[in-house]
Design a protein around this ligand. Structure first.
Ligand code: PMT
Length: 223
């Protein structure tokens, strides 16, 4: 890598979407490709960090040189993150985690009938909020995918989930958010807007984000 600013740091990154099973052949998921989280993992690796990537459903191959842990549901991802959280120095949560899952997981393929079918969903556990409650020395970075009132919702998530930074993307904006190779994000800290990044590649976005994280840690920020 170009510089080794994060040498000796353990970075835990989540990426991709979760899959919530309904029956053996059907599930609920979302549009996350994993590209944003993979770019974060790669940027951290290039800066010398020891990187573990907890990935959900993704469409891309993960970057080289990082430890990859595959997960399916929000519950699996929670377990994988909880098991590795205590030893991490920096946690970046770019995964798009389901807020709801089918209340009942059918063991056999659901049969169609002539009637309409109503699915009951129940809440999943919020992974970020869970580790936010328990953090000791970890620098915690969340993402926020919003379609309106970016700043207000991002600051609300930062406070509620005890994050040190929140990366807010306006996913309704052309070229930003789910699936593409580019993003346009605003980074918020406890004091408010830290930096608004222009529309650029997810890789460049990730490099800038890791630099901001490094600078804050070096300045004694976090926890
Ligand atoms: O993967 P790509 O195709 O590259 O797309 C990138 C992205 C749009 C998915 C990414 O940039 C992004 O915004 N990820 C977070 C998406 C999201 O779930 O946002 P949210 O506002 O619903 O959640 C806020 C934060 O809480 C996120 O850090 C999320 O990981 C976390 N969360 C949410 C729900 C839950 N049950 N557990 C969580 O930890």
């Amino acid at each position: 890598g170009q510089n080794q600013k994060l040498k000796g740091k353990k970075v835990l990154v989540t990426a991709g979407g979760t899959m919530e099973r309904l029956d053996p052949v059907r599930y609920l998921t979302n549009d996350s490709s994993g590209k944003m989280g993979f770019a974060v993992a790669e940027a951290a690796r290039l800066m010398g960090a020891d990187v573990t990537l907890v990935a959900g459903r993704t469409t891309e191959p993960p970057p080289q040189g990082v430890t990859v842990v595959r997960t399916e549901s929000a519950a699996d991802m929670l377990e994988a993150v909880e098991a590795r959280f205590h030893e991490a120095d920096i946690v970046v949560k770019a995964a798009a985690v389901a807020d709801y899952r089918p209340a009942q997981v059918h063991e056999q393929k659901l049969k169609k009938t002539g009637e309409r079918l109503v699915l009951e969903l129940e809440r999943t556990t919020d992974i970020l909020a869970t580790i936010g409650e328990r953090k000791t020395h970890q620098f915690l970075v969340g993402f926020a995918a919003e379609t309106e009132q970016l700043e207000q919702y991002a600051m609300d998530k930062l406070r509620r989930k005890h994050c040190d930074l929140i990366v807010a993307n306006d996913v309704s904006r052309e070229g930003a958010g789910f699936n593409g190779d580019t993003n346009a994000v605003e980074v918020y800290g406890p004091e408010g807007l830290v930096e608004a990044l222009p529309l650029m590649s997810k890789r460049a976005t990730a490099v800038r984000l890791m630099e901001l994280i490094h600078d804050r840690l070096a300045a004694g920020g976090g926890s």
